[in-house]
Design a protein around this ligand. Structure first.
Ligand code: PGA
Length: 254
């Protein structure tokens, strides 16, 4: 089995002022800026990307955006091209977050286009998938994951897949304080990895990192990370405090 480097990401969503964003980045830099055995990234709102990038310069913490458009340019008022994000110093971009899917009407097709656009621009997309509570209660977790994973990744070439991370984020666990148990997360992650083995050449599925997201906190991260197919976390609420995100990044280090 490939050894996958843990990847901890903080999605700040639509929160904070520029001053608060820079202060949070500076505090994180002081607390975990030199952690070398894990990948760390924060996802500030668009207007603060460069300021946060500058505050983190020289540290090991990378910056990503919360969304992008599929196209490199054009008459798409209000949208941001992946190439622009590269230009602003981003390494990563979130694609298909459940809030984008449910509140902004992003379909599987839209998500697939954004994944390709992000890869074309040289970004590393984090592709978010996950079922709602109604879908889980109806026994449809695997159907939903199969549909979302296949749609998002079917047109990704094997060499570009090296730059993709998948985030399993059950919608019922996001912002609710109700995280999936480690066993529930592992079951979904193992299934996602199984889906990847059907899409990509041998070895690729083993190398792809799968993050868990949904009410990740300092006190539940270690249990989640003990599962063999949980390779990191996509953290919302708990990433808005430097102390709690730093504790999540440093899980297991005492
Ligand atoms: P949460 O959000 O940690 O606040 O549940 C996770 C996410 O939306 O990525």
């Amino acid at each position: 089995m490939a050894s996958r480097r843990p990847f901890l990401a903080g999605n700040w969503k639509m929160h904070g002022t520029r001053t608060e964003a820079v202060a949070l980045a500076s505090d994180l830099r002081a607390q975990v800026g030199d952690v070398a055995d894990r990948d760390i990234a924060v996802f500030p709102p668009f207007p603060f990307l460069e300021a946060v990038r500058n505050a983190l310069r020289g540290s090991r913490i990378e910056v990503g955006a919360q969304d992008c458009h599929a196209e490199p340019k054009g008459a798409y008022t209000g949208a941001v091209a992946p190439e622009m994000l590269r230009d602003a110093g981003c390494r990563y971009v979130l694609v298909g977050h459940s809030e984008r899917r449910s509140l902004f009407g992003e379909t599987d097709d839209v998500v697939a286009g954004k994944v390709l656009g992000a890869l074309r621009a040289g970004l590393m997309p984090i592709v978010c998938v996950g079922e709602t509570l109604a879908e889980r209660d109806a026994g449809k977790v695997e159907d939903v994951l199969r549909r979302q994973v296949n749609a998002a990744l079917l047109r990704v070439s094997p060499d570009r897949m090296e730059r993709v991370t998948v985030a399993y984020e059950p919608v019922w666990a996001i912002g609710t304080g109700r995280n999936a148990t480690p066993a529930q997360a592992e079951e979904a992650h193992a299934f996602i990895r199984h889906l990847l083995t059907a899409l990509f050449p041998a070895g690729q599925a083993d190398r792809t990192r799968i993050q868990y997201g949904g009410s990740v906190k300092p006190d539940n991260i270690a249990g989640l990370m003990r599962e063999p197919d949980v390779d990191g976390a996509l953290v919302g609420g708990a990433s808005l405090s430097a102390a709690s995100f730093a504790a999540i990044v440093r899980y297991g280090k005492g």
